[in-house]
Design a protein around this ligand. Structure first.
Ligand code: C5P
Length: 231
């Protein structure tokens, strides 16, 4: 069985590589999964990723790739030469399919981003996304991504149970950012929930960024999230 601490993915979003390296060393006895996003990837490439893998930890490369099929396919082929556990691509089916075709091994799980957790229905209107509730649209995007071969999806904790309830999605990976202990601490996130609610809703993994890396005591912050998960 997966232990609660193995369900936490810490987002390494601090602005310098050094700060993230310090954070990893502070948390490596508690945390086994780290997320590298665009901020660090554009300054450091695969170096920190390779360092994390040397520590036998898991890596989530969160690039949310979005491009034409041939570019996605080639890019994912190159990325899959590295030891990456999860990679995000935009949830459009053609992109998911290109990513799945491009990877050189199945160790790298392709996660489709449904909608960003800092988007609400009003943001979707501005992006000219068709009518429907967030739940319905996320479920439809998840379905399309799974049909195209995605191993999992990224959605908000608020939609996780809606997707998990559908039997055909039972074995798929659900990763939820937008995790906060208190709803008042949302910052730019708009579709948020607590760790325990996210896990009860069917999320396999929760991504936590600022509440940990901006904390004066990241270890204590992790403990607070863990105790919430045991409620
Ligand atoms: O700091 P916070 O906990 O809000 O960080 C959430 C992390 O999850 C960030 O690294 C962000 O890029 C990422 N993310 C997200 N929403 C998605 C996919 C990824 O917030 N749909």
């Amino acid at each position: 069985m997966i232990q609660p601490n193995e369900k936490i993915i810490v987002a390494l979003d601090a602005s310098s590589v050094l700060q993230n390296r310090v954070l990893i060393s502070q948390l490596e006895n508690k945390i086994s999964f780290f997320k590298i996003g665009l901020r660090i990837f554009i300054i450091n490439g695969f170096k920190l990723i390779d360092e994390i893998k040397e520590k036998r930890k898991k890596v989530f490369l969160d690039l949310k790739l979005y491009d034409i099929k041939s570019t996605i396919q080639e890019t994912v082929a190159k990325i899959s030469e590295h030891q990456i556990d999860f990679l995000t691509v935009n949830g459009d089916p053609s992109i998911v399919e290109a990513a799945v075709n491009g990877r050189k091994n199945k160790n790298i799980k392709i996660l489709a981003v449904t909608f960003l957790t800092n988007q609400n229905r009003n943001d979707l209107n501005l992006s000219l996304i068709k009518e429907g509730s967030m739940n319905e649209l996320v479920a439809e995007r998840a379905n399309n991504a799974f049909m195209a071969g995605a191993d999992g999806i990224v959605c908000s904790p608020l939609e996780a149970s809606f997707i998990r309830r559908q039997k055909k999605f039972n074995k798929k990976i659900i990763v939820t950012p937008g995790i906060r202990l208190k709803k008042t601490d949302s910052e730019d996130q708009k579709r948020i929930s607590t760790p325990s609610e996210a896990i009860k809703s069917g999320a396999n993994y929760i991504v936590i960024g600022r509440p940990i890396w901006q904390s004066k005591d990241p270890k204590l912050a992790v403990d607070n999230f863990l105790s919430n998960m045991s409620q």
